[in-house]
Design a protein around this ligand. Structure first.
Ligand SMILES: Nc1ncnc2c1ncn2[C@@H]1O[C@H](COP(=O)(O)OP(=O)(O)OP(=O)(O)O)[C@@H](O)[C@H]1O
Length: 413
């Protein structure tokens, strides 16, 4: 990470007999610096605050530049590619955030949950992650609403953990837990004890809601500080990680693009020890509730998410351009109608940008703005020529055949 030292590091690098006083004075200086962001929220080790060292400004600028690049690449993609990719990002986001907490969910299960959430018709099989999927779908909607009260946070939690929590872990207080909870490491060491009693939880959740709404602190910072605070409070017996990461995505979706925000859980899961360490460092009494390290660490994770997005979109874009360049030759070799070529173009986007490389009859008809009967005719033409294959009958879904994938110089699914 950066050269900006934590207070604890300053303590251990100071060999004088007054090192305790030195660090206390430095903590005061950092807290009272006019450039620092104070929250007024008291933790056991002091008032939660963020200093703004040069390292943070540099990191922030890198994040904003990368964000511009992500947005530019995104805007330049055809609509179907964007739609298919966004859905695959949602699937991964849910899968990784669940996986971090040992909750197993496959992409297929989440796809069914997404379809069920969109259709507003819950099927029994898709019920498990349906509510959670609908929350993430709402994130892609530009007019999402922030929770305004502790009861709103509880309502989000209910959707996050719906059907994916043991009854004995359900909240036993009015909104949150009545008893104590510890965050434990894999080896069962207690890393942190959540806030209690419930009245204190409610009070601190209220402060978190105020913090996020504050106009006096940049939103990226308040979103990240609120994530720390939510996990520090740990208002539930189970599901705090998943609920907290959803809230982080919700709050970050204002200053950052939905694509970046929907790529965070994967990076967090891949860097779990750094993520856990960021909490631990911030909670150490010697760091006097300074969250600078935490904010910088989360921004570094956001940077990793952006880099991997940029690399992935650029590669897929090149592959799509290459496929388009080969389309004319395939069309004349197979004597395809213009509409059949359009179907292939739609399917090439699903192949490259979708989670499963397949496209349903409904998706194809919708994207070509024709009836399903008309789309079916084009699909029959393509299937008759061995260019696509049916992979599912209910609902009707198609993939490009190996021959087409090869002719369009695309990677296999
Ligand atoms: N030292 C810490 N202090 C506070 N929160 C932490 C700390 N270390 C990790 N966390 C947060 O706690 C989450 C895990 O908490 P816990 O093991 O209690 O899981 P949980 O409440 O069961 O949540 P879920 O099942 O969704 O994770 C992590 O994902 C992280 O967000």
């Amino acid at each position: 990470m950066s050269d900006y030292p934590t207070l604890e590091k300053l303590f251990y690098s100071d060999s004088s007999s007054e090192r305790v006083e030195h660090v206390k004075a430095e903590a005061e200086r950092r807290l009272n610096n006019p450039a620092s962001f104070r929250t007024g929220i008291e933790l056991s080790s002091g008032e939660l605050f963020l200093a703004t060292p040069r390292e943070l400004s540099l990191l922030n600028e890198k994040m904003l530049r990368a964000e511009r690049k992500v947005s530019q690449l995104w805007r330049d993609l055809p609509g179907i590619a964007r739609w298919a990719y966004l859905r695959s990002l949602i699937m991964d986001e849910i899968m990784f955030t669940n996986e971090m907490e040992g909750v197993h969910s496959s992409r297929r299960q989440i796809e069914e949950a997404l379809e069920s959430a969109e259709a507003k018709r819950p099927t029994k099989e898709a019920k498990r992650f349906r509510e959670f999927a609908s929350l993430y779908l709402e994130l892609t909607d530009s007019n999402h609403v922030y929770p305004q009260t502790p009861a709103d946070i509880r309502a989000i939690y209910d959707k996050v953990v719906a059907d994916a929590i043991d009854d004995r872990d359900l909240p036993d207080g009015k909104l949150f837990r009545a008893g104590l909870v510890d965050v434990k490491s894999a080896s069962q060491k207690t890393l942190h004890t959540g806030v209690g009693p419930e009245s204190k939880i409610v009070e601190m959740i209220d402060r978190m809601i105020e913090l996020v709404a504050s106009p006096d602190i940049p939103q990226t910072y308040s979103a990240i500080l609120s994530h720390f605070l939510f996990e520090y409070i740990h208002p539930f017996y189970d599901g705090n990680g998943r609920t907290g990461r959803y809230l982080l995505a919700l709050y970050l979706s204002e200053p950052l693009s939905e694509t970046t925000v929907l790529s965070l859980s994967r990076v967090i899961a891949e860097n779990k020890s750094k993520y856990y360490k960021a909490f631990d460092v911030t909670e150490r009494p010697m760091n006097h509730a300074e969250a600078t390290f935490f904010v910088m660490q989360i921004i570094e994770l956001i940077r990793l998410a952006q880099d991997s997005l940029i690399e992935s979109i650029e590669l897929k874009r090149m592959q799509l351009d290459a496929a388009c360049a080969c389309m004319g030759r395939l069309a004349s070799e197979c004597e395809l109608t213009d509409m059949a070529v359009n179907v292939l173009f739609v399917m090439a986007q699903f192949h490259l940008f979708g989670a499963f490389s397949e496209a349903s009859l409904k998706d194809i008809a919708g994207n070509l703005e024709v009836s399903t009967q008309t789309a079916r005719r084009y699909l029959q033409e393509l299937e008759g020529k061995g260019l696509i294959a049916t992979v599912s009958r209910k609902p009707l879904k198609f993939v490009l055949s190996d021959k087409t994938v090869e002719a369009l110089e695309m990677p296999a699914a």
